[in-house]
Design a protein around this ligand. Structure first.
Ligand SMILES: [Zn+2]
Length: 162
């Protein structure tokens, strides 16, 4: 499945016409995705919806885990700083931030093998907003390029670049 980035016109009054098929597998969609654009959402089939929800839960879980590991790391760092008599509030903050960032990166990298193993149970969202490009337009990344094609055909008047 190849992904595709599409640049479209955007304001809050534009009503996009979302294909009736699933963002990921193109089967008939039934569940709304969490990303809302101009008051409407793209669809997932039931199966893909559950997979994406599970994936998002994992990601949140990883964030919390990194946070906890960061605090533990920060405390350990603090203790060692006390021992070495180099302790100050600044080093505690830096230490905690550093450990948190490190734990997050490690856990995020770890999610990839799990994703491969649990391929049938997890799925990344089929649609993602990219960073703002210019005023009045947005860039959307579709996980499925065939879906992106359907979307472009249904919303040709709003397509800036695809
Ligand atoms: Zn699906």
């Amino acid at each position: 499945m190849s992904q595709k980035v599409v640049k479209i016109k955007f304001d809050n009054f534009i009503k996009y016409s979302w294909p009736k098929s699933c963002l990921l597998c193109l089967k008939p969609g039934s569940q709304k995705s969490s990303l809302e654009l101009g008051g409407s959402q793209a669809l997932y089939c039931h199966k893909c919806y559950e997979k994406v929800k599970r994936f998002e839960k994992w990601k949140d879980g990883i964030f919390v885990l990194a946070f906890i590991m960061g605090i533990i790391g920060g405390i350990l760092y603090f203790i060692s700083a006390i021992r070495e008599h180099t302790v100050n509030a600044f080093s505690l903050i830096i230490g905690t931030g550093l450990f948190m960032g490190l734990a997050y990166v490690i856990l995020r990298v770890m999610i990839f093998p799990f994703q491969l193993i649990l391929h049938s149970r997890l799925a990344k969202p089929g649609i993602k907003l990219l960073k703002k490009s210019s005023v009045g337009t947005i860039r959307i990344k579709f996980a499925n390029s065939s879906y992106a094609k359907e979307f472009c055909q249904a919303n040709s008047q709003y397509i800036v670049e695809n």
